[in-house]
Design a protein around this ligand. Structure first.
Ligand SMILES: Cc1cc2nc3c(=O)[nH]c(=O)nc-3n(C[C@H](O)[C@H](O)[C@H](O)COP(=O)(O)OP(=O)(O)OC[C@H]3O[C@@H](n4cnc5c(N)ncnc54)[C@H](O)[C@@H]3O)c2cc1C
Length: 463
């Protein structure tokens, strides 16, 4: 069908739903070229859009805030669903300890409301001030408190989802204990918009800690000192609320672009926050390693830390962030290997890390995405993590940029049969390949089978 007449037919059938015709870019400046953008106001709008899209075999991609960092939203000729008007907090239940929300709520705003009542949802991605609940569930996001509280996988109780065939279902229950059947809830959590469209979510909430945490900013001469701090504290059984690392390049970028005055050191800085009962243990460990540190306010220092991604982007527009995980015992090795790659390829790699859970964000600071070294480095760092027993993604997800690495990890750690099962699940739930096609598991499987070249050569972007 002629694309223009196709667009006209879709608009005619869905004329009561707000829409626009526009191209966009995501946070990485990757192009998104839909034929139409729809702004659903409720679940019935979503069902109508999915049903019409199915009829005309047009793919549907959901846009939360577009802050994904692995090409999750890229599309040519899709229908883009922008969830910004489905942004209501529907219920805060302080007896059952859950909150029920629409997916377009900004996570930081939701936590603001919860905090007023003495509760919060802890994982705290650094993008909380930008990203939506639908985005964090679909990416199973983590964040600055994952070292203690895990990722969003642990905080979703129940989801209402529109399936690719237009059916509305719920998975999970609004309480913690539930053994009814296969765990379909966690099939949707982290599925990157490839299996269903979340229209409502029940998230666990927990009370704010009763006491102000003990928080320090530690000045490191060497990265390895930071790793040693974490290892010693963990061996003692110290509970870490936060263990965040930023190297000197990151601190300088934040100071430059946000007018902050954070001190740094040649080996970067480590933020450690613990319940106050552990103050003595922390200071003893720091003294035993002769490390300089100062006491800081947790909220203030984390709000500065949260600016790092935006600051790096302001300084290096085309930088790309990795999201690898390595077991804590191999953090030193991973760091040394990354530094070797930096020298070998002559490309600066700034390091940010949720260090306490081994989640590293090496930022490859190229001047242009056309620089071929970018893809090579991205690939080598991903494989390094897998070879050290880690993962290609701790929280950002796979999109299309990491599909090849996903196949490498699953083949190395789990066996290809597992990737085949994952790919079969996509086919079962979305036989027409309607939702966010050609990414994530499906692309990984196709690349493995040599059926698709898409996913390689992703460095070309808009502008
Ligand atoms: C500065 C910065 C800091 C970041 N820090 C972190 C961090 O600390 N931890 C972390 O985990 N990530 C981080 N990220 C990555 C990103 O912010 C998260 O992955 C976030 O969850 C994406 O949310 P979003 O609303 O922007 O979703 P989008 O990027 O718009 O979408 C993400 C995925 O979810 C799908 N999706 C969105 N809504 C729905 C829905 N209702 N139903 C079905 N699918 C849906 C999309 O199709 C896409 O596949 C950071 C990003 C930036 C730019």
């Amino acid at each position: 069908m002629n694309p223009d007449s196709l667009t006209e037919r879709i608009v005619t059938e869905l004329d009561e739903i707000q829409h626009s015709r526009e191209s966009r870019t995501d946070f990485l400046n990757l192009p998104i070229n839909p034929i139409l953008v729809f702004y659903p106001k409720d679940k019935s709008d979503v069902i109508k859009i999915v049903t019409v899209a199915k009829k005309y075999k047009v793919p549907v991609v959901v846009w939360g805030s577009g802050t994904s960092l692995a090409g999750h939203l890229s599309c040519e000729g899709c229908i883009l669903l922008d969830m910004k008007y489905m942004n209501r907090i529907l219920e805060i239940n302080d007896v059952e300890w859950y909150v029920r929300v629409q997916p377009g709520v900004i996570l930081g705003e939701l936590n603001g409301e919860l905090r007023k009542r003495g509760f919060f949802i802890p994982p705290e991605p650094a993008s909380s001030f930008l990203c939506t609940v639908g985005g964090v569930i679909s990416n199973a996001s983590g964040g600055m408190r994952s070292v203690r509280y895990g990722t969003f996988k642990e905080w979703v109780l129940r989801l209402e989802v529109v399936l690719p065939n237009g059916e509305l279902v719920t998975v999970g229950e609004p309480f913690v204990k539930n053994r009814a059947g296969y765990d379909l809830l966690h099939l949707f959590v982290g599925s990157e918009g490839t299996l269903g469209i979340i229209t409502e979510a029940w998230l666990r909430i927990t009370p704010l800690p009763p006491e102000k945490p003990f928080t320090v900013l530690i000045y490191l001469e060497r990265f390895e000192e930071g790793v040693e701090v974490i290892k010693r504290l963990r061996r003692q059984g110290t509970i870490l609320d936060v263990a965040e690392y930023m190297d000197e390049t990151v601190v300088r970028a934040i100071n430059k672009h946000f007018n902050t005055n954070l001190n740094s050191s040649s080996g970067g800085v480590l933020i450690i926050s613990t319940p106050p009962v552990y103050e003595r243990r922390v200071t003893d460990v720091l003294d035993s390693l002769n490390l300089r540190f100062e006491r800081v306010d947790e909220e203030e220092i984390l709000s500065i830390r949260a600016l790092s991604g935006v600051a790096l982007k302001a300084e290096w527009r085309d930088r790309v962030s990795e999201d690898v995980v390595v077991p804590l015992g191999y953090l030193d090795v991973a760091y040394r290997e990354i530094k070797k790659l930096e020298n070998e390829y002559g490309v600066r790699i700034a390091l940010l890390a949720h260090l306490g859970d081994g989640n590293l964000h090496p930022n490859i600071l190229v001047e242009s995405r056309d620089d071929e070294r970018l893809q090579v480095l991205y690939d080598r760092i991903g494989r390094l993590a897998v070879d050290l027993g880690g993962s290609v993604s701790g929280e950002h997800g796979i999109g299309f940029m990491k599909a090849e690495l996903l196949a490498y990890q699953i083949n190395s750690h789990n066996g290809l049969e597992v990737l085949r099962i994952m790919s079969d699940i996509k086919r079962l739930i979305d036989p027409q390949n309607q939702l966010n096609p050609n990414k994530f598991v499906q692309l990984a499987w196709n690349l493995w089978e040599g059926r698709s070249g898409h996913g390689r050569g992703w460095i070309k972007t808009e502008g």
